[in-house]
Design a protein around this ligand. Structure first.
Ligand code: E4P
Length: 213
């Protein structure tokens, strides 16, 4: 399974990259706003750290506007993936981006049928948001499972990026379902490495080692 990091904080990307855990990066307007930095500047800096897909989201709501923004973003680097919202205008833009050889990530997907439409439009990636569904008492992972089945039934090559990940269990279940990618916040990525028995084991080994002196 590929790991993308879901952040616009360059230092987090650098730290996770040093751990060898970053296959790509996803950003969104909220994450860019949180970073307090210029959008293009952040995206350019990320391209200098990670040699993998980097999602940059358009703001326009109409297909023409999305295409204009996306074409400019795509010029920044060959790894830029244009993130478009899952709307009918977003689907139109996705079809056109695909025809132009520009990769897309259709975002804000909350149902398997939305994912099917995005795949039919030629999306490179779909991003089902699991955490936001869990937040309203729907099992986000159920939808991912159904998307996996539909894509496999018809041989769609669109990759599934499990997004809106809140905890390690989301990552575990994504792996069991066979999702292609998880886009993970830095805090959850570091949580994945931790286990209390690992810490206790190290402590015990060191205590025993001291006794040999
Ligand atoms: C995905 O690409 C989004 O940036 C992200 O996963 C959204 O997560 P949130 O629901 O925690 O904001």
């Amino acid at each position: 399974m590929k790991f993308f990091i879901d952040t616009a904080e360059v230092e987090e990307i650098r730290a996770a990259h040093e751990l060898g855990l970053v296959d790509g990066v996803t950003t969104n307007p909220s994450l860019i706003a949180k970073s307090g930095r210029d959008f293009r500047e952040v995206i350019i800096e990320i391209t200098e750290i990670v040699d993998g897909p980097i999602s940059a989201e358009v703001i326009a709501l109409d297909a023409e506007g999305m295409l204009a923004e996306g074409r400019e973003l795509a010029k920044i680097n060959k790894n830029i993936v244009i993130k478009v919202p899952m709307t009918t205008e977003g689907l139109k833009a996705t079809k056109q981006f695909t025809a132009e050889g520009i990769k897309t990530n259709v975002t804000l997907i909350f149902s398997p049928l939305q994912a099917l439409l995005a795949a039919k439009a030629g999306a490179t990636y779909v991003s089902p948001f699991v955490g936001r569904l869990d937040d309203i008492s729907h099992d986000g992972m159920d939808g991912v499972d159904q998307i996996r089945t539909i894509f496999d039934n018809y041989g769609y090559e669109t990759e599934i990026i499990v997004a809106s990940i809140r905890n390690p269990l989301h990552v575990l279940n994504s792996g069991l379902i066979g999702a292609d990618i998880c886009t993970i916040p830095y805090s959850v990525m570091t949580q994945l490495a931790k286990h209390p028995l690992t810490d206790a084991g190290i402590e015990k080994f060191l205590a025993d080692w001291e006794k040999t002196k």
